[in-house]
Design a binder for this molecule. Structure first.
Ligand SMILES: Nc1nc2c(ncn2[C@@H]2O[C@H](COP(=O)(O)OP(=O)(O)OP(=O)(O)O)[C@@H](O)[C@H]2O)c(=O)[nH]1
Ligand SMILES: [Mg+2]
Ligand SMILES: [Zn+2]
Length: 220
């Protein structure tokens, strides 16, 4: 038996489970985001900001993927929205089976927007569909503008790309022109946003775009 065969089987199973998850979520009209980035780009910070903007208008729930801790889930819980923690126990991405279990713990009748924060990792989370309507990737200015070309898959597959920590731009050599050129060359259809969670910049714009996506799905 070659190892390649085993990997292929895992992926097929994931596709099957994910298709079941997606069907369930689509039936309820829930808009689902797979939020991805390398560790520390600001996924949870962005989520906290979005939740505080939108929680009175739409019903939000979160699935937090973390390798070991419940730190991010505690931050989301403090925002007063339902959150389910997945501890992957060492695994570096979320898969369909983990999401399937989490969905059983959520009241799907009362959710408009489900955000799944994937494990901080710029590589393999992008390889696994988990039932999302959109993949959103975050890059922060301190990581360097070369990352989209070095780790292209996540950026190629993302419907939206968020550049975070723009407050730190003056202290970095991040070249925005090159960043947008590279994103455009990888994925000309990606919607892009610039935000600073610390300075609360760009959050309104991002939140209202998200709200429109949620409405669009509800009406579809
Ligand atoms: N200066 C600055 N710092 C930020 C910004 N957004 C987040 N941070 C900081 O960056 C660090 C990481 O933020 P998190 O939101 O935990 O990042 P994450 O992507 O959820 O991290 P993991 O879940 O560990 O992958 C924290 O110390 C945040 O306070 C920002 O816009 N500007
Ligand atoms: Mg986080
Ligand atoms: Zn992985």
């Amino acid at each position: 038996m070659s190892e390649i065969k085993v990997v292929t089987n895992i992926l097929q199973t994931n596709d099957e489970i994910t298709a079941q998850n997606k069907k369930k979520l689509d039936e309820k009209g829930i808009y689902v985001i797979n939020l991805m980035s390398s560790p520390g780009s600001g996924k949870t910070s962005i989520l906290e900001k979005i939740i505080s903007r939108l929680k009175n208008d739409i019903k939000i729930a979160v699935i937090e993927g973390d390798i070991y801790t419940t730190k991010d889930a505690e931050r989301i819980e403090a925002q007063g929205v339902p959150v389910v923690q997945i501890n992957t126990g060492g695994a570096c991405h979320l898969d369909g089976d983990m999401i399937k279990n989490s969905l059983n713990s959520l009241d799907l009748e009362n959710i408009d927007l489900l955000v799944i924060e994937n494990v901080g990792n710029l590589v393999c989370p992008a390889e696994f569909e988990i039932g999302e309507d959109i993949k959103i990737s975050v890059l922060s200015t301190t990581e360097g503008n070369d990352k989209p070309l070095k780790y292209p898959l996540m950026f190629e597959k993302s419907g939206a790309v968020i550049l975070n920590k723009i407050d730190l731009l003056p202290y970095t050599n991040f070249n925005k022109e090159e960043f947008y050129r590279d994103i455009n060359s990888l994925n000309a259809n990606a919607v892009t946003f610039e935000v600073s969670c610390i300075k609360d910049e760009g959050i309104d714009n991002l939140s209202s775009w998200l709200k429109d996506r949620v409405k669009e799905k509800k009406n579809s």
